[in-house]
Ligand binder design. Structure first.
Ligand code: HXC
Length: 512
């Protein structure tokens, strides 16, 4: 072939690859309210930044008439681009080609991108929209999944890995997203389950739709499998861009520092009245977060799951900080199984990626009851304790009100190597709440309500203030709420040179 012919052929093949499974299937994708694999990448990365690889790769399967069903690229678009100028690797499954199913070839393309992301130290974003293992290829396809999983595991804690679920994600395929750091779903067009409704019907005789079994609402509200859910592809992709801006490229780099006009020494007088006089009254912890982070910009993770604890990223003086905060508006801010799991994983992400952790504490304790005990709150609560205790990034704690019992210890107390622990004047730090404590201490010994009230008051006077803890050095200072932002900014500055290493080990054995 002369060079002109080669170029013509190249363009022909490129056009063919860009068309994926053809116009009819592209239209079908749009009719379902979904973008195509390539359109998604366009929204995700900076304009003209995407470099595609392996556009001409084809599968080698000949079973079931597959020799005639070849599409250049074989149903997945892979390459790299930039998000706000920072390198990112991407794969995007193309549902218009054999349902985006994963072939041996298809997996090789994804693995290549995973390997490059590791070599270059850049995050990887996987866009999932696939019928799972390509059935015609049998075990070759399964091996492809396994190769991807193995790389997900080795990359964990080295580069951030994000998964977008924008269509079906079924069978073993769900385990790649589950191994990554954050999973984002789209409402009404994505679903994740290990076995679909048909198998469920056969085995358990349950009639259930895909949405009810593993839709975005199920996973973002009830299971915690998805960290975020959005109404459509565009919203999800734009929010992932925003999330990306908070993250470092890898575990050897700090997160990016963004310019801010928000003064570090901003005083917030309104915080002085945030905590109500009556200590049983709730208040909204989001208000505190919004008032202390740069420009009120807080990117919350898992907002609809375990709402009794808030996790997410904000910035202080332009640098990313991970926030973990009890939410008195939900279950009085108690820690339960879901809250423990949710916060533990987030803390471990922050620790792996050099993101300082600020904990805002108002916690009456672990949630009592058989449901919690029989479902393993001991093991799950231990995850949170473990995560805080092993974290070596800067850890700052602010106790705004209650810090009782085991939950006081767990929520980044001084005893778990909290670097700087502050309390507001409204802090109450004790083994348990005054009423409960008096019940135990004076069981059967108090003759009237009046006597009980007197003992409750006495207990409250002793412990319902930050002074006992401060007197022992368990608090570094008692700060005025209005000064929280600038005290935090200054402390984070001071902690920038923190050096702390855990003892050498092959790996830990955290309670799973
Ligand atoms: C090959 C597949 C496919 C697959 C879909 N297609 N899934 N081809 N292997 N896994 C093809 C279809 O044959 C069809 O081709 C085209 O993609 C579009 O699929 P439709 O069924 O027409 O689309 P829709 O009605 O939207 O249904 C989507 C779907 C369904 C729910 C995903 O296709 C489906 O149930 N697929 C099989 C899912 C599955 O059981 N996968 C294996 C899971 S086990 P034509 O040419 O007719 O348009 C697994 C193991 C992984 O993944 C283990 C890892 C450890």
């Amino acid at each position: 072939m002369d060079s002109l012919t080669v170029i013509k052929e190249l363009e022909k093949q490129r056009d063919q690859a860009r068309m994926g499974g053809g116009q009819a299937r592209i239209d079908g994708q749009h009719e379902r309210g979904k973008l195509t694999a390539r359109e998604r990448i366009e929204v995700l990365v900076d304009p003209d930044s995407f470099e595609e690889y392996d556009m001409f790769m084809e599968h080698r399967c000949t079973n079931f008439g597959m020799a005639d069903k070849k599409v250049p690229g074989d149903g997945v678009v892979t390459g790299h681009g930039t998000i706000n100028g920072r390198l990112v690797y991407i794969y995007s499954q193309d549902f218009t080609v054999l349902g985006g199913s994963l072939s041996e070839t298809n997996a090789k393309k994804i693995c290549k991108i995973q390997d490059m992301a590791m070599k270059m130290g850049a995050p990887i974003i996987g866009i999932n929209d696939s019928g799972g293992a390509r059935i015609q290829e049998g075990v070759d396809s399964l091996s492809g999944f396994a190769e991807i999983f193995q790389r997900n595991v080795l990359a964990s804690g080295v580069i951030p890995q994000l998964s977008l679920i924008m269509g079906p994600c079924a069978g073993g395929a769900v385990y790649s997203p589950a191994l990554t750091d954050f999973t984002v779903m789209v409402r009404n067009s994505s679903y994740m389950f290990v076995t679909g409704p048909d198998v469920v019907k056969t085995v358990t005789h349950e009639d259930i739709t895909q949405e009810e079994l593993g839709g975005a609402n199920v996973h973002s509200k009830h299971t915690g499998v998805a960290d975020l859910a959005f109404n459509n592809d565009i919203e999800a992709l734009l929010q992932v861009r925003r999330l990306f801006n908070f993250l470092p490229l890898n575990n050897r780099e700090k997160p990016p520092v963004w310019e801010t006009d928000d003064p570090a020494d901003r005083v917030e007088m309104s915080l002085n009245t945030l905590v109500p006089d009556n200590s049983n009254k709730p208040y909204n912890m989001y208000e505190l977060i919004a008032k202390i982070v740069d420009e009120g910009d807080f990117f919350e993770m898992a907002p609809d799951f375990a709402r009794n604890i808030i996790i997410g990223f904000g910035r202080m003086q332009g640098s990313t900080v991970g926030f973990v905060a009890n939410q008195p508006m939900e279950m009085a801010g108690c820690l339960d199984i879901d809250a423990s799991r949710k916060a533990a994983r987030f803390i471990r992400f922050c620790d792996a990626f050099s993101i300082p952790i600020v904990s805002l504490v108002d916690v009456p304790g672990f949630l009592p009851g058989t449901a919690q005990e029989h479902n393993g709150i001991i093991k799950h609560g231990a995850k949170l304790l473990y995560a805080y205790a092993e974290a070596t990034v800067p850890k700052i704690t602010i106790i705004t009100r209650k810090a009782y019992g085991g939950a006081y210890i767990v929520m980044s107390s001084k005893h778990l190597r909290g670097d700087i622990n502050y309390a507001w004047p409204t802090a109450e730090i004790a083994v348990m709440g005054p009423e409960g404590a008096v019940e135990v201490l004076f069981k059967g010994k108090l003759n009237s309500d009046l006597e009980k009230t007197a003992q409750v008051e006495a207990y409250r006077d002793q412990f319902a203030s930050p002074f006992s803890a401060a007197a022992r050095g368990y608090l570094d200072d008692i700060i005025r709420p209005q000064n929280t932002r600038w005290r935090l900014c200054r402390t984070l500055d001071m902690l920038k040179s923190k050096q702390l290493e855990n003892p050498w080990k092959k790996h830990d054995n955290l309670p799973l």
